[in-house]
Design a protein around this ligand. Structure first.
Ligand code: UD1
Ligand code: UDP
Length: 359
């Protein structure tokens, strides 16, 4: 009988990460069931990814969202336990560092179902980030840790993971696989460049959604102030996360440009390939900027993707207006060869599927 695996997804980046792994699981003959916690639920934050990336339809959608951290994680834990008891999987796969990740890992571990964590070992060393708690706890209770980078493996070793019975595998980054796999489809199907009349324009691609920025009025205002200033010379393309849209409206923060609605993955890949550079607090987008040869200014105080900063592809600018403007001027006068392999060869998903089959 083939192995039965349950994959937990809930937030936008998890759909993207699960897409390529799910395809490889099918190829190696694993029987995969997807459970959507419901954390993200708008069509352009969820369903569009399933349609475009041809991710199998979830067997369950728990519809748990828009709650405080404890309530969201707690309800997911309770509901996932019920599903796991009913479905009795051989293993549960979780991705990244969201509340859905932690709830999935914890519900499985309490039932003694082995957990595979994809994107393990990343650390910001900032315990105020909800994601840092989620990743540390998830790593500790997982049976296989798929690390995207050397640094991720080192982080785990430093935390003493060598002395606990967990398999640590450097797999490379599944987001690299996704970028390579969907690039041609994006070119074929996305009309975003024409839709927004961007073909002859220099534009900056931005995203803002990180809690440390959205829930701190000063940080959010500084970032928006910098984007307003940059909008005098550049077109600003800001697909705005619903969380940030709500807060900007509540705080009555003035934007000198019009943000757009969140876009699907194909549009995002096209926007990345044609932009001048990226300004973001997103984890995934920092790497995608690199995949497509674009500099990235990261509006955070640290990053988990330290190799991007060490190699000069990414600059940590915090949420400081002057620094964002200053670094923008610097990168405009810099050229760089992006042709180095930091995230594997685009075969991380295959390796993960094979390891899961073997486990
Ligand atoms: C979550 C993850 C974060 C990840 C991000 C990806 C946690 C703790 N955070 O943050 O790590 O980087 O997803 O985008 O798990 N909302 C909508 N429509 C949607 C989705 C969300 O309106 O489709 C609203 C919710 O109602 C909520 C707010 O956005 O009020 C925040 O959503 P939530 O999932 O709690 O956190 P994110 O900021 O999206
Ligand atoms: N993304 C997208 N549409 C958007 C904004 C982002 O498809 O409007 C993609 C982006 O290209 C990347 C992923 O979503 O693949 C990153 O997700 P997000 O920034 O929400 O979360 P993080 O990576 O910070 O956890």
């Amino acid at each position: 009988m083939s192995k039965k695996i349950i994959t937990i997804v809930g937030a936008r980046p998890q759909f993207i990460k699960a897409a390529t792994v799910s395809r490889e699981l099918q190829k190696v003959g694993v029987n995969e069931q997807i459970i959507h916690t419901g954390q993200h639920f708008d069509d352009n934050m969820s369903d569009i990814f399933f349609r475009q990336m041809e991710i199998p339809k979830p067997a369950y959608n728990l519809d748990i969202n828009s709650l405080s951290h404890g309530a969201m994680t707690g309800r997911m834990l309770e509901q996932l336990e019920i599903v796991f008891q009913k479905e009795n999987p051989d293993m549960v796969i979780v991705y990244g560092d969201t509340n859905s990740t932690l709830a999935g890992a914890l519900a499985a571990q309490k039932l003694h179902i082995p957990v595979a964590h994809v994107e393990a070992g990343l650390r910001s060393y900032n315990m105020n980030m909800p994601e840092e708690t989620n990743r540390i706890l998830t790593d500790r209770i997982s049976s296989i840790l798929f690390c995207p980078t050397d640094k991720a493996v080192q982080n785990l070793e430093q935390e003493g993971f060598k002395s606990i019975p967990t398999k640590i595998i450097k797999s490379g980054d599944v987001m690299q696989d996704a970028a390579l796999f969907y690039k041609e489809k994006a070119k074929l199907f996305s009309t975003v460049i024409n839709d927004f009349n961007l073909s002859n324009r220099s534009y900056i691609l931005c995203t803002i959604h990180r809690q440390e920025n959205t829930d701190d009025n000063n940080r959010l205002s500084q970032i928006i102030m910098a984007l307003n200033e940059l909008s005098k010379n550049y077109t600003i393309v800001l697909p705005l996360h619903p969380r940030t849209r709500k807060i900007i409206a509540e705080q009555k923060i003035k934007l000198d440009f019009s943000p757009i609605e969140p876009v699907g993955y194909f549009d995002m890949i096209e926007l990345l390939q044609h932009c001048s550079f990226v300004v973001t607090d997103s984890g995934g987008l920092q790497k995608e900027a690199f995949f497509f040869g674009k500099f990235c200014l990261t509006t955070r105080d640290e990053t988990e993707w330290v190799e991007l900063v060490e190699n000069g592809f990414n600059v940590i600018v915090g949420a400081i207006h002057n620094r964002i403007i200053e670094e923008t001027h610097k990168i405009q006068n810099t050229t760089k060869n992006f042709n180095i392999n930091l995230y594997g060869n685009g075969k991380a998903s295959r390796l993960i599927a094979e390891e899961i089959l073997k486990f």
